[in-house]
Design a protein. Sequence first.
Length: 409
Amino acid sequence: MTREIFLVDIQTFYASVEKADHPEFKDKPLIVAGDPKQRSGIVLAADPVAKSYGIKTAESVGQALLKCPQAVLVRPRMQHYLDISLLITQILKSFTDLVEPYSVDEQFLDITGSRHLFGTSDEIARTIQKKIMKDTGVRARIGIGTNKVLAKMACDNFAKKNTAGIFRLDQNNIEKCLWPLPIRAMFSVGSHMEKHLIGMGIRTVGMLASTPVELLRKRWGINGVLLWQTANGIDSSPVTVHTYDRPKAIGHNITLPYDYVYEKDIKTIILELAEEVARGARAKHCRGNIVSIGVRGANFDHPTGFYRQITIFHTTSFGMDIYHAASILFDRFWDRQPIRSIAVTLSGLHSDKEYQLSLFDQSEKKEKLNAAIDAIHQKYGRTALFRGPSLRPSSQLRIRSKKIGGHWK
Ligand SMILES: [Mg+2]
């Protein structure tokens, strides 16, 4: 069945909440700034009026005031914004159970099963917009698509720019609407990747979509395939509410002792989890070809984070394969918010007797290496041998090795 996914985004979220609470500022340019008294404070959000003066998020208050001296400066009220965000989640949940917060002002919805109850996608989108406006005073823009990446790109490139604030992107209009756009407009292409792609002569999303996938795979591995899939509007990731209970899978998750904000620290944990998952798979004599990663934000009252999965080309029970795939997903989907819990899962499991030898893969060598590592761990314990990143203070390896009693899921 064709899925129907929404990405609901709130326009200039913090600034819109302040405007809704302060009708006296209705037509004035408004800035929410870290420390409004300090000219060196940072602009966290600017409403559309302030933006029309050229004010941008993340510039200094001093710079912003040069462009628009009459702007109203407001101190942020983070807890209040989180409460409003949660209220919006509640509104969305009255349309479907499947609501996945993606960031503080963006949430994915799967309304595939709700259409017969609430009307067409377009009608549902308009109803959601109206209800959010009525209950919170902020404006939602909604991207619609048959999967998450289409919904996200529909929102970012079109719904945010048209007057309706709603846009649908699917296989019928992807060629006409998305493909002519510069490569930077594609979801997950940052300035770094943009440079690489332009260096290869790929300047538009359409040019990427029609690049032979093998070429991209040779250059970037799984990430190249993901890029190609995104350009072609292909994505099978589900909208998930309960991230961690996947059936027929081997997964491990960890709740961190404090919020992790640095990529290196988080990657250390991903590596440790990947190694644990791989060991679990080997202990059960199986290999899998679907790697999933879920991360959750630090504030459990307001769930943020994401859950993503990727299918790799051959089944594996190697930690580095799992780590590599999980890292690619993490790099693409992390919104840089603090992280408190991480889960890594391997699914698509098969008995390790039936796996096919891949010509491109050094399976045999890795097999021997892993057998040796497993033997050392069995004999001398988990901490006798580990990868370099686990020397970092952020590592949880030593603490975990004390807690684990072989409880593979
Ligand atoms: Mg927004």
